[in-house]
Design a protein around this ligand. Sequence first.
Ligand SMILES: NC(=O)c1ccc[n+]([C@@H]2O[C@H](COP(=O)([O-])OP(=O)(O)OC[C@H]3O[C@@H](n4cnc5c(N)ncnc54)[C@H](OP(=O)(O)O)[C@@H]3O)[C@@H](O)[C@H]2O)c1
Length: 351
Amino acid sequence: MTVTASRALGPNPQSFGSMFWENQFKTTIPLPSKDDSLKDQVAIITGSNSGLGLESAKQMLGAGLSRLIMGVRSIERGQEAAAQLRTVSTDAIIDVWQIDMENYQSIQRFVRRCEIDLPRIDFVILNAGIAPAYHAKLATGHESTVQVNYLSTVLLSILLLPVLKAKRPPGPEAQAPRLITLGSVTARNAKFPNKSQRPLLPSFDQITPALPWDPNDRYAVSKLLCQLTLERIAARYVDARDVVILMLEPGWVRGTGLFRALPAIPRCIVRGLLWVCGRPLEQGAATYFDAAVRQPVGSHGSYVMNCRVAPYADFLYTEEAEGVADALWDETMDDFSFANALEVLESMKKP
Ligand SMILES: NC(=O)c1ccc[n+]([C@@H]2O[C@H](COP(=O)([O-])OP(=O)(O)OC[C@H]3O[C@@H](n4cnc5c(N)ncnc54)[C@H](OP(=O)(O)O)[C@@H]3O)[C@@H](O)[C@H]2O)c1
């Protein structure tokens, strides 16, 4: 088992407030430069019809990306965004493929299409995510935030791993493909009141007196669950020479649609706060470029914030975390048994 760079750092000694201040007011993220070239490279970005996904696609295409697969739930919205992107690059191939992160069959179909249609993949950014205002139980049986941000993101990651390994760019100098998921600094503040409930996953699906609906905490917890499981996947199953896995924190970014589901008054408050302290969209998107192109291989399995490896959420360094991660792992792999997820992970250990 590899010790990831974030694990080796230990918990963040900075308070949340001073970390937030530094991130939002003291950090400038370098934008892609004229010397950055993504010529011949192929990228997949989910949720690239809006917000950070769309802006990062613009930056990648501006740097000469050869082919972009936009993984979107609405082909119509995807085509509208693709039309904008085609004004940035007239040379690149831009494909709009359907993927619905609320539907496991859609995820499996998307992965099969990557397997069949793409000769090469350089990086995948699993950017699609939600911050819903209300509790909704989906056809999968799970609450929507946990489904989209955690379960579906992890399933898509697992199923893409062998595809990425097989579609490695040619040549001894080529870097291993990258799989980048979107984290959030809010994971550090997650209250996670149901962490000792067993089974754990079904406890998210109902509103109960012990677990009243708290949309902020649910979003934070969904990103925390990703850290618990993706660290294990990277450290136990995936060699960085095959695929580099990164969990990316883009900052608190203004100009995206993430908070569109909030009721009018809270939405206005959040917009006001973002206007004052939000990171500009192009700088938020530039963290994607950094993760895809500049982060060293040694960041494999780590949480990357302000373009540097950073500690995971404090919870991951507690004694309690191990037991929670074990339960979460077993239940997650059970949920994914229809897709043979564990066998897929085991296959990554073979040469
Ligand atoms: N903005 C921030 O400050 C911030 C901070 C930390 C992390 N993040 C993360 O960054 C990522 C992008 O967020 P954003 O701020 O750019 O928000 P956004 O503008 O709302 O973009 C989210 C994207 O995800 C897509 N999506 C949502 N549900 C989906 C589903 N079921 N299937 C397929 N696609 C789906 C959306 O598609 P539709 O247009 O069809 O809804 C949209 O394209 C998210 O993972 C978020 O958690 C954002």
